[in-house]
Design a protein around this ligand. Structure first.
Ligand code: KG4
Ligand code: ZN
Length: 340
């Protein structure tokens, strides 16, 4: 069975074709992503109106490219899966109305997918044999959450950020350091030649048993640190790689410690990291090293499946479809905030 996934919740217009009748799990036949980073870069963050306009321009060519690359026709697709929440409503609506129109015309089922479930389940596109339960550390631009994943569709929130998401903290720090958008990859690249021990930025643990996160303090600490210099900041007044490396280390330390506290508290032996920040090398390596020391298996999807993509939406749509969770064409709507 072929599924077409569509994703337009933020600044990536994406479409993917997956085949779920493959004997070794779900096969990605195409995974097309039109990124808008260059448009939003000069604003240091996503501008919703610009994102929406670009989604409108991109959606048809991206779907056509996904079908062509997969070597299939739209009439071969048996299920449509589209992100319905959470995200920028004006952006979500572009994907949602497109998916509704196509599925309605072809009289095929349509599933509205929660983007967060897409991230959590993205690992099954590459590792179909991961067993439940596992702890999912979902770290993206809009969310930083820990879930106990007991089965497909069974997610218990263990903790979440009380203010900024980890990706958002990277994006805001990068804006302060004038490194561009998206901030995570820019900070990571700059940090490569820096010393992570040079500045002791705060790590917020809230209290010792809390699985909640807070990243506003480290962001303010960076601002205060920068305010101690005279703008424009440059390598003549400070060594940017040291600042980036110290900031990155502070964020990553908290993510690792909380994820391992969660596995300990819930007596689980597997952690899966997902979302854009899961492509961060320091986080991946730190998690794996700690996992080896503590007998916990750590998995992450490859980078293209960590950041926003439509293959993960098709994947989550498939598991919803198996539970007969169809959406009604008329009631299915975009929602900015929707918990899992
Ligand atoms: O999952 P995603 O593509 O979109 C959301 O659902 O938000 O995540 C985007 C976020 C951005 O904040 C970006 O700065 C961050 O993921 N990110 C990274 C890295 N790559 C992307 N953060 C740290 N290191 C990276 N290598
Ligand atoms: Zn995302």
């Amino acid at each position: 069975m072929l599924i077409l996934g569509i994703e337009t919740s933020c600044d990536e217009t994406a479409a993917a074709v997956v085949d779920v009748s493959h004997e070794h799990g779900i096969k990605i036949k195409s995974n097309i992503i039109a990124s808008q980073h260059e448009i939003h870069n000069k604003y240091g963050g996503v501008v919703p109106e610009l994102a929406c306009r670009r989604h409108v321009e991109n959606i048809s060519p991206v779907i056509t490219e996904a079908l062509n690359k997969a070597g299939v026709k739209i009439t071969d697709v048996e299920l449509f899966a589209v992100t319905k929440c959470p995200g920028l409503v004006v952006a979500l609506l572009v994907g949602l109305s497109t998916a509704k129109a196509i599925a309605y015309t072809l009289k095929k089922p349509l599933i509205g997918v929660n983007h967060l479930e897409g991230h959590i389940l993205s690992i099954f596109l590459e590792k179909p044999d991961i067993s439940f339960p596992f702890v999912s550390l979902l770290v993206s631009g809009g969310h930083t959450e820990l879930y106990l994943v007991e089965d497909f569709g069974k997610y218990k929130v263990l903790g979440r950020s009380r203010d900024d998401a980890a990706g958002e903290a990277f994006d805001k720090a990068s804006k302060m350091l004038k490194l561009g958008y998206p901030g995570g990859p820019a900070i990571e690249k700059t940090a490569n030649s820096g010393n992570p021990m040079s500045i002791n930025f705060p790590r917020a643990y809230i209290d010792k048993d809390s699985l909640d996160f807070s990243f506003s303090g480290v962001k303010t600490a960076l601002k205060n640190y920068l305010d101690g210099f005279i703008p424009p900041y440059s390598t003549s007044t400070m060594f940017l790689p040291d600042v980036a490396a110290s900031f990155q280390q502070a964020v990553v330390d908290v993510l690792i410690n909380k994820a391992f506290l969660a596995v300990k508290m819930y007596n689980v032996k597997t952690i899966v990291i997902a979302g854009g920040v899961a492509s961060n090398k320091l986080l991946r390596e730190g998690m794996k090293k700690r996992g080896t020391a503590e007998g916990v298996s750590v998995y992450h999807p490859s980078s293209v499946l960590c950041t926003d993509n439509a293959a993960m939406i098709a994947c989550a749509g498939y598991y919803r479809f198996k539970e007969n969770k169809y959406n009604d064409f008329y009631s299915l709507d975009a929602e900015a905030q929707m918990k899992l």
